[in-house]
Ligand binder design. Structure first.
Ligand code: HEC
Ligand code: HEC
Length: 207
Protein backbone atom coordinates (compact mmCIF):
# COMPACT_ATOMS: atom_id res chain seq x y z
CA UNK A 1 0.00 0.00 0.00
CA UNK A 2 1.20 3.49 -0.82
CA UNK A 3 1.77 5.62 2.22
CA UNK A 4 -0.22 8.81 2.27
CA UNK A 5 1.67 12.08 1.95
CA UNK A 6 0.30 15.60 1.88
CA UNK A 7 1.79 16.40 -1.57
CA UNK A 8 0.16 13.22 -2.96
CA UNK A 9 -3.23 14.31 -1.70
CA UNK A 10 -2.72 17.82 -3.09
CA UNK A 11 -1.79 16.31 -6.48
CA UNK A 12 -4.91 14.12 -6.49
CA UNK A 13 -7.09 17.07 -5.56
CA UNK A 14 -5.58 19.17 -8.36
CA UNK A 15 -6.07 16.36 -10.86
CA UNK A 16 -9.70 15.92 -9.88
CA UNK A 17 -10.37 19.65 -10.11
CA UNK A 18 -9.11 19.80 -13.71
CA UNK A 19 -10.03 16.42 -15.23
CA UNK A 20 -13.43 16.14 -13.64
CA UNK A 21 -14.47 19.76 -14.08
CA UNK A 22 -16.19 19.03 -17.39
CA UNK A 23 -18.03 15.92 -16.23
CA UNK A 24 -19.69 14.35 -13.20
CA UNK A 25 -17.03 12.62 -11.12
CA UNK A 26 -17.49 8.84 -10.99
CA UNK A 27 -17.24 6.84 -7.77
CA UNK A 28 -13.98 5.41 -9.03
CA UNK A 29 -12.49 8.87 -9.66
CA UNK A 30 -13.54 10.12 -6.23
CA UNK A 31 -12.19 6.97 -4.60
CA UNK A 32 -8.74 8.02 -5.86
CA UNK A 33 -8.72 10.37 -2.87
CA UNK A 34 -9.18 7.49 -0.50
CA UNK A 35 -7.00 4.66 -1.67
CA UNK A 36 -3.69 6.01 -0.32
CA UNK A 37 -5.03 5.23 3.17
CA UNK A 38 -7.88 2.74 2.69
CA UNK A 39 -6.18 0.69 -0.04
CA UNK A 40 -7.08 -0.04 -3.66
CA UNK A 41 -9.76 -2.55 -2.66
CA UNK A 42 -10.98 -0.67 0.44
CA UNK A 43 -9.09 -3.13 2.62
CA UNK A 44 -7.62 -0.49 4.95
CA UNK A 45 -4.20 -1.08 6.43
CA UNK A 46 -1.35 -0.39 8.82
CA UNK A 47 -2.79 -2.98 11.18
CA UNK A 48 -6.11 -1.18 11.44
CA UNK A 49 -4.99 2.44 11.69
CA UNK A 50 -7.04 2.73 8.48
CA UNK A 51 -10.28 0.71 8.67
CA UNK A 52 -11.60 -1.66 6.03
CA UNK A 53 -14.39 0.24 4.33
CA UNK A 54 -15.16 -1.98 1.28
CA UNK A 55 -18.73 -3.31 1.47
CA UNK A 56 -19.89 -1.14 4.40
CA UNK A 57 -23.55 -0.14 3.94
CA UNK A 58 -24.00 2.93 1.76
CA UNK A 59 -26.20 4.74 4.28
CA UNK A 60 -23.60 4.16 7.01
CA UNK A 61 -20.67 5.39 4.88
CA UNK A 62 -22.70 8.41 3.76
CA UNK A 63 -23.48 9.32 7.38
CA UNK A 64 -19.86 8.90 8.51
CA UNK A 65 -18.62 11.17 5.70
CA UNK A 66 -21.13 13.86 6.70
CA UNK A 67 -20.13 13.40 10.37
CA UNK A 68 -16.45 13.83 9.39
CA UNK A 69 -17.22 16.84 7.22
CA UNK A 70 -19.18 18.60 9.97
CA UNK A 71 -16.56 17.36 12.49
CA UNK A 72 -19.21 15.62 14.57
CA UNK A 73 -16.83 12.65 14.31
CA UNK A 74 -13.23 13.75 14.55
CA UNK A 75 -10.88 12.26 11.98
CA UNK A 76 -7.84 14.51 11.55
CA UNK A 77 -6.26 12.72 8.54
CA UNK A 78 -9.48 13.19 6.54
CA UNK A 79 -10.05 16.89 7.35
CA UNK A 80 -8.12 18.16 4.25
CA UNK A 81 -10.45 16.18 1.95
CA UNK A 82 -13.49 18.04 3.15
CA UNK A 83 -11.83 21.42 2.61
CA UNK A 84 -12.21 20.75 -1.11
CA UNK A 85 -15.23 22.71 -2.35
CA UNK A 86 -16.37 19.83 -4.57
CA UNK A 87 -16.93 17.46 -1.66
CA UNK A 88 -20.68 18.09 -1.55
CA UNK A 89 -23.70 15.83 -0.85
CA UNK A 90 -23.70 14.36 -4.39
CA UNK A 91 -20.00 13.50 -4.29
CA UNK A 92 -20.44 11.90 -0.86
CA UNK A 93 -23.44 9.86 -2.10
CA UNK A 94 -21.55 8.72 -5.21
CA UNK A 95 -18.42 7.58 -3.40
CA UNK A 96 -20.52 5.93 -0.65
CA UNK A 97 -22.37 3.83 -3.26
CA UNK A 98 -19.05 2.90 -4.90
CA UNK A 99 -17.59 1.75 -1.55
CA UNK A 100 -20.75 -0.20 -0.61
CA UNK A 101 -20.47 -2.11 -3.93
CA UNK A 102 -16.83 -3.14 -3.35
CA UNK A 103 -16.46 -6.80 -2.39
CA UNK A 104 -15.41 -7.41 1.22
CA UNK A 105 -11.68 -8.29 1.07
CA UNK A 106 -10.21 -11.12 3.13
CA UNK A 107 -8.12 -9.43 5.85
CA UNK A 108 -6.79 -12.71 7.28
CA UNK A 109 -7.62 -11.56 10.83
CA UNK A 110 -8.01 -15.08 12.24
CA UNK A 111 -6.49 -16.35 14.48
CA UNK A 112 -6.65 -13.31 16.76
CA UNK A 113 -3.68 -12.53 18.98
CA UNK A 114 -5.26 -10.92 22.07
CA UNK A 115 -3.41 -9.08 24.81
CA UNK A 116 -2.19 -11.84 27.22
CA UNK A 117 -3.08 -9.63 30.19
CA UNK A 118 -6.73 -9.49 29.09
CA UNK A 119 -6.78 -13.29 28.64
CA UNK A 120 -5.12 -13.83 32.06
CA UNK A 121 -8.21 -12.38 33.77
CA UNK A 122 -10.07 -15.53 32.66
CA UNK A 123 -9.53 -19.22 33.43
CA UNK A 124 -8.50 -20.10 29.91
CA UNK A 125 -8.32 -18.81 26.36
CA UNK A 126 -11.61 -20.64 25.73
CA UNK A 127 -13.29 -18.98 28.72
CA UNK A 128 -12.09 -15.59 27.41
CA UNK A 129 -13.72 -16.06 23.98
CA UNK A 130 -16.81 -17.55 25.67
CA UNK A 131 -17.16 -14.43 27.88
CA UNK A 132 -16.88 -12.30 24.73
CA UNK A 133 -19.65 -14.32 23.08
CA UNK A 134 -21.92 -13.88 26.11
CA UNK A 135 -21.31 -10.15 26.38
CA UNK A 136 -21.87 -9.76 22.65
CA UNK A 137 -25.16 -11.70 22.80
CA UNK A 138 -26.41 -9.71 25.82
CA UNK A 139 -25.27 -6.21 24.91
CA UNK A 140 -24.58 -5.92 21.21
CA UNK A 141 -26.29 -8.49 19.00
CA UNK A 142 -29.71 -6.85 19.41
CA UNK A 143 -28.50 -4.07 17.09
CA UNK A 144 -25.36 -5.42 15.32
CA UNK A 145 -26.98 -8.80 14.61
CA UNK A 146 -26.24 -12.37 15.70
CA UNK A 147 -23.54 -12.77 13.05
CA UNK A 148 -22.38 -9.13 13.53
CA UNK A 149 -23.35 -8.41 9.93
CA UNK A 150 -24.97 -5.11 10.99
CA UNK A 151 -28.34 -3.74 9.91
CA UNK A 152 -28.04 -1.42 6.89
CA UNK A 153 -31.64 -0.20 7.11
CA UNK A 154 -31.12 0.88 10.73
CA UNK A 155 -27.70 2.45 10.04
CA UNK A 156 -25.87 -0.19 12.12
CA UNK A 157 -22.46 -1.21 10.75
CA UNK A 158 -21.10 -4.77 10.63
CA UNK A 159 -18.40 -5.59 13.18
CA UNK A 160 -16.92 -8.65 11.43
CA UNK A 161 -14.05 -8.34 8.94
CA UNK A 162 -12.74 -5.30 10.75
CA UNK A 163 -9.29 -4.85 12.35
CA UNK A 164 -9.17 -5.44 16.13
CA UNK A 165 -7.02 -2.32 16.57
CA UNK A 166 -9.65 -0.19 14.81
CA UNK A 167 -12.53 -1.70 16.84
CA UNK A 168 -10.54 -1.18 20.07
CA UNK A 169 -10.03 2.50 19.20
CA UNK A 170 -13.72 3.02 18.44
CA UNK A 171 -14.78 1.42 21.74
CA UNK A 172 -12.30 3.64 23.61
CA UNK A 173 -13.63 6.68 21.71
CA UNK A 174 -17.20 5.76 22.69
CA UNK A 175 -16.16 5.26 26.32
CA UNK A 176 -14.57 8.72 26.47
CA UNK A 177 -17.38 10.38 24.45
CA UNK A 178 -14.81 11.26 21.77
CA UNK A 179 -17.07 9.57 19.22
CA UNK A 180 -20.76 10.09 19.86
CA UNK A 181 -23.88 8.89 18.05
CA UNK A 182 -27.49 8.01 18.75
CA UNK A 183 -26.61 4.63 20.34
CA UNK A 184 -23.02 5.22 21.45
CA UNK A 185 -23.92 4.75 25.15
CA UNK A 186 -24.92 1.15 24.27
CA UNK A 187 -21.67 0.60 22.34
CA UNK A 188 -19.69 2.00 25.29
CA UNK A 189 -21.45 -0.16 27.89
CA UNK A 190 -18.48 -2.49 28.20
CA UNK A 191 -15.39 -2.72 30.44
CA UNK A 192 -11.97 -2.57 28.70
CA UNK A 193 -11.13 -6.23 29.49
CA UNK A 194 -14.55 -7.28 28.26
CA UNK A 195 -14.00 -5.29 25.08
CA UNK A 196 -10.93 -7.43 24.32
CA UNK A 197 -13.04 -10.58 24.78
CA UNK A 198 -15.81 -9.25 22.50
CA UNK A 199 -13.24 -8.31 19.82
CA UNK A 200 -11.80 -11.84 20.10
CA UNK A 201 -15.27 -13.27 19.57
CA UNK A 202 -15.84 -10.98 16.57
CA UNK A 203 -12.66 -12.29 14.93
CA UNK A 204 -13.91 -15.82 15.63
CA UNK A 205 -17.28 -14.97 14.01
CA UNK A 206 -15.62 -13.60 10.89
CA UNK A 207 -13.18 -16.47 10.29
C1 HEC B 1 -5.01 10.38 5.07
C2 HEC B 1 -5.64 9.11 5.32
C3 HEC B 1 -7.09 8.94 4.90
C4 HEC B 1 -7.64 9.25 3.68
C5 HEC B 1 -6.97 9.86 2.45
C6 HEC B 1 -9.03 8.84 3.78
N1 HEC B 1 -9.29 8.32 5.01
FE1 HEC B 1 -11.05 7.52 5.63
N2 HEC B 1 -10.28 7.19 7.48
C7 HEC B 1 -8.99 7.45 7.86
C8 HEC B 1 -8.81 7.10 9.27
C9 HEC B 1 -7.54 7.24 10.09
C10 HEC B 1 -10.06 6.60 9.72
C11 HEC B 1 -10.42 6.09 11.13
C12 HEC B 1 -10.84 7.24 11.99
C13 HEC B 1 -11.15 6.80 13.40
O1 HEC B 1 -10.29 6.19 14.05
O2 HEC B 1 -12.25 7.04 13.88
C14 HEC B 1 -10.95 6.68 8.55
C15 HEC B 1 -12.28 6.29 8.60
C16 HEC B 1 -13.12 6.26 7.50
C17 HEC B 1 -14.49 5.77 7.52
C18 HEC B 1 -15.23 5.20 8.72
C19 HEC B 1 -15.24 3.69 8.69
C20 HEC B 1 -16.12 3.09 9.76
O3 HEC B 1 -16.17 1.85 9.86
O4 HEC B 1 -16.78 3.84 10.48
C21 HEC B 1 -14.99 5.93 6.26
C22 HEC B 1 -16.38 5.55 5.77
C23 HEC B 1 -13.94 6.51 5.45
N3 HEC B 1 -12.82 6.71 6.24
C24 HEC B 1 -14.07 6.84 4.12
C25 HEC B 1 -13.11 7.51 3.38
C26 HEC B 1 -13.33 7.97 2.02
C27 HEC B 1 -14.61 7.79 1.22
C28 HEC B 1 -12.18 8.59 1.63
C29 HEC B 1 -11.90 9.29 0.33
C30 HEC B 1 -12.85 10.29 -0.10
C31 HEC B 1 -11.23 8.50 2.75
N4 HEC B 1 -11.85 7.85 3.79
C32 HEC B 1 -9.94 8.99 2.75
C33 HEC B 1 -7.98 7.95 7.05
C34 HEC B 1 -8.13 8.37 5.73
C1 HEC C 1 -29.02 0.24 20.35
C2 HEC C 1 -28.26 -0.30 19.23
C3 HEC C 1 -26.79 -0.65 19.48
C4 HEC C 1 -26.27 -1.46 20.47
C5 HEC C 1 -27.00 -2.19 21.57
C6 HEC C 1 -24.83 -1.51 20.21
N1 HEC C 1 -24.51 -0.76 19.10
FE1 HEC C 1 -22.64 -0.45 18.36
N2 HEC C 1 -23.40 0.84 16.95
C7 HEC C 1 -24.74 1.12 16.77
C8 HEC C 1 -24.88 2.11 15.71
C9 HEC C 1 -26.19 2.72 15.22
C10 HEC C 1 -23.56 2.39 15.25
C11 HEC C 1 -23.18 3.38 14.14
C12 HEC C 1 -23.26 4.78 14.67
C13 HEC C 1 -22.81 5.87 13.72
O1 HEC C 1 -23.58 6.21 12.84
O2 HEC C 1 -21.70 6.36 13.87
C14 HEC C 1 -22.66 1.57 16.05
C15 HEC C 1 -21.27 1.55 15.89
C16 HEC C 1 -20.43 0.68 16.56
C17 HEC C 1 -19.01 0.56 16.30
C18 HEC C 1 -18.22 1.33 15.26
C19 HEC C 1 -18.05 0.50 14.00
C20 HEC C 1 -17.26 1.18 12.93
O3 HEC C 1 -17.16 0.60 11.84
O4 HEC C 1 -16.71 2.26 13.15
C21 HEC C 1 -18.52 -0.39 17.16
C22 HEC C 1 -17.08 -0.87 17.26
C23 HEC C 1 -19.64 -0.85 17.95
N3 HEC C 1 -20.79 -0.18 17.57
C24 HEC C 1 -19.54 -1.82 18.93
C25 HEC C 1 -20.60 -2.22 19.76
C26 HEC C 1 -20.46 -3.17 20.84
C27 HEC C 1 -19.18 -3.91 21.21
C28 HEC C 1 -21.69 -3.27 21.44
C29 HEC C 1 -22.06 -4.07 22.66
C30 HEC C 1 -21.31 -3.79 23.87
C31 HEC C 1 -22.59 -2.39 20.71
N4 HEC C 1 -21.89 -1.75 19.70
C32 HEC C 1 -23.93 -2.21 21.00
C33 HEC C 1 -25.79 0.59 17.49
C34 HEC C 1 -25.67 -0.23 18.62
Amino acid sequence: MTRFTAPMLAATLALWATSAAAQEATGEAIYDYCQSCHGKRGEGGEGGKYPRIAGLPQSYVDKQLHDFKEQRRINKPMIPIFKHHRFDDDVIATVSAYIADMGVPDLALWPNDPDPEAVAAYESRGAFTEAGARKYADGCSGCHGETAAGDPLAGVPPLVDQYPAYLRKQLADFATDTRRHRDSAACADIAPGEAEAVIDYLVELGK
